[in-house]
Design a protein around this ligand. Structure first.
Ligand SMILES: [Zn+2]
Length: 532
């Protein structure tokens, strides 16, 4: 049986996980994620899928994160009529996350169209609406971990706990082999792999012996010092005490799901033990509030050593669900803690709080997760002196801090060990879901030591490979690519543009007087004219 894979996302620095498998008995996707980060990538969310939605029979979802599930509503709206198979945890989280994502698209388009009208550009429609997202939930069907399910006739799949997020899975897939009936073609898609020592989640697990492994590489170049739950809490305690001493807000941009709940559990625990000053902890994200409820319901399947139910009901916690409640915390002064989404600061209420506080040196911004290239979060952790939020330039005076201990991703050594534990891997390992440096980092760790170099592949967006052959055979897709290969790897021009505008503003402000400012502007104008 011929089996092809198309890398419709998460290939060579492109975000948004999505792999299309085609066989003669049907086509199916593993994940249908949203592209995040640079504007060139985000634009792909508005464009057509590189396949017809109606030709897809089934979607296998690895987990609920938006970069894995976020385009499901668009797929359903565009004519998908099949089933979406996911664990119960993933379904419960998606039932809040996808409608929330639809609301974000609707409101983003309102403000974009206001700007477009001023520039006489035509109006755009949202990628999908909240109603589209709610409608797509009917297609979900629950699967149990470690239990075979039929994907399309003759092809079966089994979910394994990936230890990354509530409900997260690596997915094992078996395709029939007509030539040798008892030797099916075996493939494992990693999904996102959790670290060994993750709060609330067990260590990742999966079987051994595959033809192909498709594995994430998010932190492939990182070698994190080993940590324990207690060491992580102590790192957080240091940051909280420092922030309290600075006497301003402690802003924690956090992914609404899991990271938020982990942080809250640790913050409340530290306050109850008297290890940090007590202060109100505002959970300022309707999605995070709902997700916290899902965690309470699934508490029995999570870490048995943490009384999650009790900690998540603490009186230190304040839930601010409505916009008015959210606005009221902007009036607060002195030390308090605000946890708000999004984790990369590219959307959500955290942007309002950053606008209110970034220029103030009594404020602390604490990053706890991965920041994709091109996001506001990435600019801040890389030390930007000023940033643009909703069109306004904001100087950065706040203390920008970062701790990696809360990561939901395995680091380089953990990923390598996870790959090694899946051997024998007979035909190939595809490295996906990582920036260039991360892919290279993971490649160098596993090449020859774990997998022969000739068996390691780093596909780019929209690459197609025939998998039924003795080694993966690339199929020519030159004319069907959505992005030129060099556009995928190069730094996005939008980022350079934002930086240039900030530098020009700085230069003009720093000039001694209006006359000096006039000189700067004339020089820039001349440089522009010379380029014509
Ligand atoms: Zn994830």
């Amino acid at each position: 049986m011929s089996v092809t894979i198309q890398f419709c996302g998460a290939a060579r620095t492109v975000t948004g996980s999505c792999y299309l498998f085609r066989t003669k008995s049907g086509s199916f996707l593993v994940d249908c994620g949203m592209f995040q980060g640079q504007k060139t990538l985000k634009a792909l969310n508005y464009g057509a899928f590189p396949f017809r939605a109606s030709e897809i029979h089934t979607v296998l979802l690895t987990h609920a994160h938006i970069d894995h599930s976020g385009l499901v509503p668009k797929l359903v709206r565009d004519g998908f009529h099949g089933t979406i198979m996911a664990t119960r945890g993933t379904i419960d989280l998606c039932s809040y996350m996808l409608p929330d994502s639809g609301s974000i698209h609707e409101s983003e388009v309102v403000s974009l169209n206001r700007r477009n009208m001023a520039r006489r550009l035509s109006a755009v429609t949202p990628i999908y609406t909240k109603a589209d997202a709610i409608a797509s939930l009917d297609a979900f069907r629950p699967v149990q971990y470690e239990t075979w399910v039929e994907v399309v006739p003759g092809v079966r799949a089994r979910y394994w706990n990936a230890g990354h997020l509530l409900g997260s899975a690596s997915i094992e897939i078996e395709f029939p082999n007509e030539a040798a009936e008892n030797q099916p073609l075996r493939i494992l898609v990693s999904g996102d792999i959790g670290p060994d020592e993750k709060l609330l989640q067990p260590d990742p697990e999966a079987p051994v012996g595959f033809d192909y492994l498709i594995t994430e590489s998010t932190y492939g170049s990182l070698d994190r010092p080993p940590t324990t739950a207690e060491a992580r809490r102590q790192r957080l305690a240091v940051e909280v005490r420092d922030a309290a001493q600075a006497k301003g807000a402690l802003l924690i941009p956090a992914f609404a799901v899991e990271r938020t709940q982990e942080l809250i559990v640790d913050l409340v625990d530290l306050m109850e033990r008297g290890e940090v000053p007590t202060a109100p902890i505002f959970l300022d994200s309707p999605l995070a509030i709902h997700a916290t409820e899902v965690f309470r319901q699934h508490a029995s399947s999570l870490d048995a050593n943490v009384d999650i139910g009790r900690l998540l009901s603490s009186p230190h916690l304040r839930f601010t669900e409505t916009v008015d409640e959210s606005k009221s915390i902007a009036r607060l002064t002195g030390f308090h803690i605000i946890v708000a989404a999004s984790g990369m600061c590219d959307a959500g209420r955290i942007r309002h709080h950053l606008k209110r506080w970034l220029w103030n040196k009594s404020c602390t911004v604490l990053f706890t997760g991965f920041q994709a290239r091109g996001t506001l979060g990435r600019f801040l952790v890389e030390g930007a002196e000023a940033v643009r939020i909703q069109g306004d330039e904001i100087k950065v005076a706040a203390r920008i801090r970062r701790i990696d201990e809360y990561s939901g991703h395995a680091d380089g050594p953990e990923l390598s060990r996870w790959i090694a534990a899946r051997r024998p891997i007979r035909r190939g390992v595809f490295l996906v879901h990582g920036e260039e440096s991360a892919l290279t980092g993971l490649f160098e760790r596993i090449a020859e030591r774990i997998i022969p170099t000739t068996h390691i592949f780093r596909p780019i967006l929209d690459d197609i490979f025939e998998l039924s052959t003795s080694a993966p055979t690339p199929i020519d897709v030159t004319r069907r690519r959505r992005l030129a290969p060099e556009a995928v790897v190069d730094l996005d021009w939008h980022n350079d543009m934002s930086k240039l505008i900030l530098d020009i503003n700085d230069q003009i402000e720093a000039a001694a007087d209006d006359r000096a400012r006039g000189v700067v502007i004339r020089n820039l104008r001349r440089a522009l004219e010379e380029m014509r």
